[in-house]
Design a protein around this ligand. Structure first.
Ligand SMILES: C[S@@+](CC[C@H](N)C(=O)[O-])C[C@H]1O[C@@H](n2cnc3c(N)ncnc32)[C@H](O)[C@@H]1O
Length: 460
């Protein structure tokens, strides 16, 4: 039977689920702040969440009272490709020598009961995201040929046909050609306003004159570059933007990573600096990176550990201020080997505290890997275990509840700072939090009061 006959019931079932969720919002799922990075109380905070976005949206509606507050939502969900996607993680250490990159599973786009399950998954989220959006807000849904035509029909019903604004085609070059079809080299992005009052600022692009020669029309400003003469026109709905290349500085190794340039166009045209913009399937954090660059408050969520680690590192490198939330926070800390040294500073009541990250014993049970990757991991675990970390941070004034670090150290170019120093006047608790390449986190709390001054080594 054609799927067209199922669309009304997919819509109706999703609407019912949405109503049920709204009725029981008060007892809905919880998220917990696990780290506040460069966060200042006075400011609206960006959020990076690890967990199911259906739960996270409920959390935003209930705890953050975000109904009607979001300016822009960008969704780049799995495309119903019926495939699994790996991340490419390159670990490098002289102690281990040359080894191939490991390729753990990043996420699956497999739907046991088929396309209806997939469309219901999207639909219920569309209903809820519509409630988050302000009257000036808008939604962008990034898909491709697999399902975009079905999703357009569902979105017309949920957002209203009259609120459909654009179908933007992102055209790119990539490897692989079709032998029995034209090579598939574009994605489709559906753009809807929440209402007819949606905010939009047209962007400009170059339009080359025919023959690259000057037209010399009266009143039309013309420019010239190395190709020839052009005018500036309002941007059209077909965008030619390169994918993130192998040698690009943006490249994270996360499968299906989108280029920041694409996301910058969406953010620039549909929001203003300071507006709150969200990506509920954030993967490697490309949207958050673009939003940060354009001074927007951002919200990003992903269910996967590798995505969470990748986004955390990416935003930390950018020195972004944000709160990290988890649906199921890790409670482990024993894997971290930390050395703490407290030295009095002459003629003051202050102390110099040195925290040294000495080791990390990855719990191999926390990761699922192919056999060859597991062997590589074992080598690093033995010879250079800190390579397995993506990020660590230190809070010299731990309040016993939320880790609020003054220092954050993302791994960059395979190297990471291992020593952290701070002058303190109190001798309370210090917390150290680390996240490995798979997104497993560890929090270790140390008591400065228990460390005799001058020198004492703490090894776990
Ligand atoms: C196409 S990728 C996003 C890639 C991303 N735009 C980037 O540039 O890296 C889709 C993402 O959706 C995530 N995802 C799938 N189901 C989810 C759910 N229920 N909640 C949160 N994230 C989910 C996957 O883990 C995956 O990272």
């Amino acid at each position: 039977m054609s799927l067209i006959f199922s669309l009304p019931s997919i819509l109706e079932e999703s609407r019912r689920e949405y109503c049920k969720i709204k009725e029981s919002l008060e007892s809905g799922p919880k998220f917990f702040p696990v780290e506040k990075i460069y966060h200042r109380k006075s400011e609206e905070s960006s959020l990076l969440a690890r967990g199911d976005n259906l739960d996270f949206i409920q959390y935003l509606l209930r705890e953050k009272k975000m109904e009607g507050k979001l300016q822009l939502a960008y969704l780049d969900p799995p495309f119903y490709s019926k495939a699994s996607y790996d991340a490419v993680i390159r670990l490098k250490s002289e102690a281990v020598g040359d080894v191939p990159a490991i390729k753990p599973l990043a996420y699956e786009d497999l739907w046991k009961t088929g396309i209806e399950e997939y469309l219901r998954m999207l639909c219920v989220r569309f209903f809820l995201i519509r409630d988050l959006l302000s009257e000036e807000g808008c939604l962008w849904v990034h898909l491709d040929w697999h399902v975009v035509h079905y999703v357009k029909i569902l979105l017309d019903a949920i957002f209203g046909e009259k609120n459909f604004v654009n179908e933007v085609v992102w055209h790119y070059k990539s490897g692989g050609t079709g032998k029995r079809n034209f090579s598939r080299k574009h994605d489709t992005l559906l753009f809807y306003g929440k209402s007819r009052h949606y905010y939009f600022r047209p962007l400009k692009e170059k339009s080359y004159n025919r023959g690259y020669k000057p037209y010399r029309f009266k009143g039309v400003k013309e420019y010239k570059d190395e190709l020839g003469w052009y005018t500036m026109v309002n941007m059209k709905d077909v965008w030619q933007i390169d994918m993130v290349g192998r040698t690009s500085g943006e490249r994270t190794g996360y499968a299906t990573q989108k280029p920041e340039q694409l996301l910058e166009r969406i953010i620039e045209s549909c929001s203003r600096p300071g507006d709150c913009c969200a990506d509920f399937f954030c993967g490697s954090g490309s949207f958050a990176a673009a939003a940060e660059k354009l001074s927007r408050t951002w919200i990003a969520c992903d269910i996967g550990g590798i995505a969470a680690a990748c986004s955390l590192k990416r935003m930390s490198v950018k020195k972004s201020a944000f709160v990290l939330l988890e649906e199921c926070p890790d409670r482990q800390g024993d894997e971290l080997e930390i050395r703490l040294q407290v030295e009095p500073i002459d003629l003051t009541d202050k102390k110099l505290v040195t925290v040294t990250l000495d080791g990390y014993t990855m719990d191999m049970k926390r990761v699922s890997l192919k056999r060859e990757d597991r062997e590589i991991l074992k080598k690093f675990r033995k010879k250079d275990p800190l390579q397995l970390l993506e990020y660590w941070s230190v809070d010299f004034h731990y309040d016993g509840r939320v880790h609020n670090p003054q220092f954050s150290f993302p791994k960059e170019n395979h190297t990471m700072e291992k020593v952290c120093r701070q002058i303190v006047s109190d001798t309370g608790k210090i917390s150290v939090r680390a996240v490995d390449v798979f997104g497993n986190s560890s929090l270790k709390v140390l008591d400065m009061g228990e460390v005799p001054e001058c020198e004492r080594e703490m090894e776990e």
